[in-house]
Write a protein that binds this ligand. Structure first.
Ligand SMILES: NC(=O)c1ccc[n+]([C@@H]2O[C@H](COP(=O)([O-])OP(=O)(O)OC[C@H]3O[C@@H](n4cnc5c(N)ncnc54)[C@H](O)[C@@H]3O)[C@@H](O)[C@H]2O)c1
Ligand SMILES: O=C(O)CC[C@@H](O)C(=O)O
Length: 399
């Protein structure tokens, strides 16, 4: 349990390279950007593994400038009342473009063709003839008319599915938790697989766009490969851990899987026959890096300055128009009478409520209360302390 107070200059720590236009969102007057800070108010991160980091008590928010939050100890953050944000959809177009690029490049043996052509250096005038003779090794397949299976129809998967239709592919999608928003954006020509087994058995190409969880770790394994067509192509731009590497190596070796494009190389992947490793390039475009950085920074700034929460992965989203009145924000257990106890503390101090919001998510809840009366800075610590004494309160901040 801790009390949160926003100091005069708020410190934002960055892990990884965060686009400058995102950091500009904070402005120099009230914020310091410090890559080395040990007690920042908030952190903006991309893929840096935060599991081994000591998280200082002062941290109020962590924003992932990207989609996947498997590098952030989200459960621990929830227990400590640290809000974790991500930036849904901000890099989806970049990933869609690299998926479609890879799909065509692997079908036309672009990667191996380029590597082979480079071996001809020094052959001089013989090169044109060698090219014409050698090119038969790289006869490809067109993707038109082939079936693409898309696992996960969220921000990335839905874009890939829709655009693959425009490339004249048959598209089959599997997502048991698809959001209403996505469903609206998805072409009705994307066929719905009722089970993942159906998608595995029908697809010539499979691309996966789901968050890594304990439940899907290693889901591309021998059992899954056995259900697939011989010569299937698999693309993984989600997370390396979704693939059982031993089983993938065997499937590539036997030809069950023809090619495997992955954005997550490691020693095992680099040894695999017919694996095409990319250096985690999915979101690496100027546009995507800027979109993610700006969105992450805006969400963090809004939270620090108004308490409003948008796109959190561990706390309920909650928003109340900010009028400049004193605002009490509290993270607390999702148990009965928390709001009653909070309002009692305020009424004991003769403070009148102007507006209020209370939202819950699982075992946690978040309450924001705007106070009608003028509240001097000097009484804030005492008021915070009284609220902190309520059982079930995790963090309190009076803005
Ligand atoms: N390579 C990169 O640079 C890069 C960039 C962006 C995202 N990613 C990865 O891709 C993932 C997806 O990104 P997104 O922006 O589309 O996320 P998203 O949250 O918008 O979509 C994920 C979708 O997966 C669905 N889903 C979850 N579990 C599923 C399961 N077991 N089977 C089928 N569907 C399931 C969800 O219902 C949701 O619709 C991210 O979590 C991240 O790990 C990688
Ligand atoms: O930051 C990146 O370059 C990768 C981001 C990506 O893995 C994500 O999950 O959004």
């Amino acid at each position: 349990m801790s009390t949160l107070t926003l100091s005069k200059k708020t410190t934002i720590k960055t892990l990884n390279n965060i686009a400058a236009c995102g950091l500009d969102v904070f402005g120099e007057e009230s914020y310091t950007i410090d890559h080395d800070s040990e007690n920042p108010d908030a952190i903006i991160v991309r893929s840096h593994n935060m599991y081994n980091m000591e998280l200082d008590e002062n941290i109020k928010a962590i924003a992932r400038a990207g989609a996947g939050v498997n590098n952030i100890p989200v459960e621990d953050c929830t227990e400590r009342g640290v809000v974790v944000f991500n930036t849904p959809g901000a890099n989806a177009n970049a990933v869609k473009e690299i998926v479609l690029t890879s799909l065509m490049a692997l079908s036309r043996h672009i990667f191996s063709g380029v590597n082979w052509a480079k071996t001809l250096e020094g052959e001089g005038d013989r090169i044109p003839a060698l090219v014409e003779k050698g090119k038969k090794q790289f006869i490809g397949k067109e993707i038109k008319g082939k079936t693409l299976g898309v696992i996960g129809l969220g921000s990335v998967g839905s874009l890939v599915a829709n655009d693959a239709l425009d490339l004249d592919m048959d598209v089959i999608g599997f997502d048991p938790f698809v959001s209403v928003n996505t469903a609206w954006n998805l072409s009705s020509n994307v066929q719905r697989a009722m089970t993942i087994e159906e998608l595995f058995s029908r697809s010539d190409y499979i691309t996966v766009h789901i968050p890594l969880t304990n439940d899907n770790n290693g889901m591309f394994n021998e059992e899954a490969f056995n259900m697939m067509k011989k010569g299937v192509h698999i693309l993984n731009f989600s997370r390396g851990e979704l693939v059982n590497e031993e089983d993938m190596a065997a499937a590539l070796e036997s030809g069950k899987v023809d090619k495997f494009v992955t954005d997550f190389p490691d020693e095992n992947v680099l040894k695999m026959k017919n694996a095409i490793p990319l250096p985690h390039l999915g979101a690496s475009t100027k546009e995507s890096e800027e979109n993610c950085a700006v969105m992450a920074a805006r969400q963090v700034r809004d939270f620090l300055e108004t308490g409003n929460i948008k796109n959190s992965v561990n706390f309920p989203n909650a928003s109340l128009p900010y009028t400049g009145k004193r605002r009490v924000t509290a993270f607390h257990d999702n148990v009965p009478n928390m709001v009653g106890q909070l309002t009692s503390v305020l009424s004991d101090d003769s403070l009148n409520i102007a507006d209020m919001v209370n939202r819950s998510r699982g075992d946690s809840a978040y309450t924001m209360i705007d106070i009608e009366n003028k509240v001097e800075d000097t009484v804030i610590p005492d008021l915070e302390e009284k609220i902190r004494q309520i059982e079930g309160i995790v963090t309190v901040r009076i803005i």
